[in-house]
Design a protein around this ligand. Sequence first.
Ligand SMILES: [Zn+2]
Length: 206
Amino acid sequence: MKVKMLKKSKERIEFEIEGLTSGLAGELRRIMLSEIPTMAIEWVDFHKNDSVLWDDIIASRLGLIPMAFDPKLYNMKDGCKCNGKGCSRCQVMLALKKKGPCMVYSEDLKSSDKKVKPVYDKIPSVELIEDQELEFEATVQLGLGKEHAKWQGAIVGYEMSGPKNDKFTFVVESACGLSAEEVVKKSFDVLKGKLKDFTTDVGRLK
Ligand SMILES: [Zn+2]
């Protein structure tokens, strides 16, 4: 298998793989969409909400904010030593307190871990008019795109070419706090793990 980099920025990457089957290319795409752990807001505890929007509408908007994080530092909640209760190894707290008139932006979220924060500062969630108050605490945790779209790793497309139809040009745009390159690397790791499990299973059949 040969991999060639065509174009690369933090958010977007274009590369070519030769020697792949269309089944594996599809699997790679699916992994990037739905099986890379990324961080998103999972739970919001509202103390005050005088805005015109319901709590759950604000919570689902907050869930879609891409969060930057260090993939080595956090565990998936289910696989964490705390047995899913939530601890500093599997979740991060964000706090927000604002009083109108103002627009509430992603940059207003104050994080308990400086490295875990919105990728973009100016994502609006709700507008507050004179004297309206919004105050909440939110929990950020790792999750997978197959559980909920807010954890989707990337937007991915590919094209097949070559005389043997074994050449694939991938375009990957990150939809999470990881760079496009990190998404691709992670997806190769996941795919490798799957192929290894598969070979072990086949070995057991003999
Ligand atoms: Zn934990």
